[in-house]
Design a protein. Sequence first.
Lengths: 483, 472
Amino acid sequence: MSNYLNLSLDEIHSKLVNHEIKPLDLVLEAFDKIEKNKDLNAFITLNKEAAIEEAKKLENVEVDNLLFGIPIAVKDNIITKDLNTTCASFMLENFNPIYDATVIEKIKAHHMIIIGKTNMDEFAMGSTGETSYFGNTLNPWNKTRVPGGSSSGSAVAVSARITPFALGSDTGGSVRQPSSFCGIVGLKPTYGRVSRYGLVAFASSLDQIGPMTRTVYENALLLEAISGKDIKDYTSSDKVVPNYISHLEKDIKSLKIAVPNYYMSDAINVEIREKIKEIISLLEKEGCNIDYIDIDYLEYAIPLYQVIALAEASSNLARYDGIRYGHITDSYTSIEELYKKSRSEGFGEEVKRRIMIGSYVLSGKNANIYYEKALKIRRKMVDSFKKVFETYDLIIGPTNTGVAYPLGIKVDDALKSFYDDLLTIPVNMAGLPALSLPVGFDQEHMPIGMQIIGNYFKEEVIYELASYIEKTLNLDLESGKQC
Amino acid sequence: MLVPTIGIEVHVELKSKGKVFSKAENNFNASTNTNVTVLDLGYPGTLPNLNKEVVNMAIKACLAFNCNITRSMHFDRKNYFYPDLPKGYQITQQKTPIGTDGYVEIDINGEKKRIRLERMHIEEDTCKSIHTEKATLLNFNRAGVPLIEIVSRPDMKSAEEAMKYVEKLRETLLYLGISDVKIEEGSMRCDVNISVAEESSTLLGTKVEIKNIGSISNVGVAINYEIKRQSEILEKGDIIHEETRRFNDKTMSTIAMRSKETGNDYRYFPEPDLPYFHISDEWIKEIEDSMPIMPEVLRSEYESLGLNEKNRNTIIASKAMCEFFEIYKNDMNPIILSNLLTGDIISIMNKNDLDFGDIHLTRENLKSFVNALETGKISSKQGKEILPILINKGGNFEELIKELGCEQISDEASLLEMIKKIISENPDSVEDFKNGKDRAVKYLMGQIMKVSKGQANPVLTGNLLEKELQKL
């Protein structure tokens, strides 16, 4: 079997330009790798026929950009025309959309080839990949461990070098946490940087689609391809999309960086803390100005998430009633029964639990006690982040409190899995951009991720630092070799 | 004494080109389920987009109803499950209605009464449900059609006031050109809240809501029915329960629909897909400058032009008639024009099933026609003969009256000649006249008309004849 997909993007690109290989070679290789890694269960639906057809079509098209002909995996909560989009739910098991999400239109315009739709936690609700109706995904670094979630399949596809690129979505850490667990680069862009049109909504005020890639350079390229104002998404920004890769080689000496004390507390695995400290001294040596600081309200992130994200989710998931699309129960005698049975059968336990909590916090007087209060604290949290960025260019810390843990241990604890997102949720609450970068391994050779948080629409500054660290560490991040 | 307190919520469908949050056409009359996008179907991943034309229309309504305009507004989700609600929530404005604290004035016994408006907000309509024996069918053409909801304060004290209030809203919205306001077709829907209590009491009685009222006159019928029903209950010493009732236009009565659950739990929260929307001073100014003339302004202008009350009301009640009148009122005698418009013109159009757009009546012809009536060049009887031709076929007025031979003779010399001839031919009648017999004049007039084939100007002829007879 060929192994072009392990090459760097620039190498693949020049081979395509020189006609050494064709897009079809890459596509067939990706499907071979999926077959070989079937046990990982990274994909829900494969796009084999259409991908091959598209690859053949591209043989007669000029190679016009770096992403041309490159295979990409897409999280299964991003709407793809004529390609099932299930959200890993029985509710949408056979849902075949009639339109493309804006990000899909954009990657198609770049002539990228969609290989398939990746496994995930049902409706992006979970941090392990285990709430999927289609079974859990395995971590390629250690198949007894979770890959993280909810963008589990996308992280695994890139980590196992099935595709160099994947799209994920991040509501409370769903791009960054699995990226960290699987040793890849994952970015949650600034809220509004990437159009949400066609992303199946979980929590609309927090959701963002993000690039998941092998390297910082590839991440920057994919972000540039999918960003920009979309008239179909009122919350998308019309800020100009910078040329991100032009920032990668920049000098980092003048950067002022903050490390929140909260991110280096005892709640964080000591090996991870040590690794982050190593990076900090590395950066200090390079001339960065680094301070440990306190950021107010960070400790409220999880309760805020439980109120705001679940309240929005309870409303966003109301449309799945079996009437127009999706699962409909076999027999019913009233409209009430139609709703109750279709939704009870269609949704998994975690989703139902979250809908119930979300409905509860919006219900009657609770709206004041929980929801309104949460919005107020959220605004305070935003303000304290803004204050930090008056002085600092970036905030750094770990992505997670620990590394990937064994499968199954959090399945029965509804609360525990939220705590995986302790360090990632504040970023969504504030709408800031943040990237998870692999910075090393623990003693059991599980990847450790570092989180770099930037100011609004300053993804290029994140990439600047990430690129420097990546180059300096020069880690071997190909997961397949270990197992 | 028991007295009613009445508040009214009115939903008005706006006739914007597109729906309020989707790019689909806003045309409810199109074939079933053709004006539909993935958003209107509540497809996963779709997002709403605010149609500015709808905001423009709502601002117009705010200005016309003297509302404060909310400069920074957002939308909220009203969550409930119903098959006609594709997303499982309705996008509406709970916290920041576009308009607040407005009022309208109605005339009650020659005096103006102010009815205060609590709020006006923008929201989306639901699907239209069609219930058949076997199933409920949904027409998504209506899903996402823009509505404004106008909520009054409980300021009305009688059926008459309520009807005048609704009529005032209807007429104003019609003139704003933002809605068809057809209650019968559902583009305007009224829900009446009514309670009854002792006049001396400072507390209001228990409120009952009446839905499904299909005309303005039925607003009055429903209220009077409900005043009577509630008063009878209270007089018996019984209690009124808070409930929603439905008006039945067959029995002309209200029927209990559902009791009000202890506060519907709609789980409102801010719509995260639509950010805050800012309305600038410039935007409001722009709309202010383009506001059409409002009916109360027209009413006083028409009064000063000398139009009688019936004509004023008839013309203003129909926007099409009013537009027609406005085009020509300065060009010819407005009183004659108003009589023609509300009389012959509209009845000829109705008889032939014509709209103002279909008729062949040109400005020149109408002007000549009105002038001819005014100067007596033609009689009104002749007018009735000519007008249908001008409306249905057109042509040239002057040629037409010649063709029909119905041009009046108003030339004094010719008339005198005729009069003298008739007098000399009828000495008996002259004798009768001298003896004070009135019928002699009528007889002589008849003779003149006969000779002139009806073309003699009757007023002028009468005057000249009288003068000639006096001379004798």
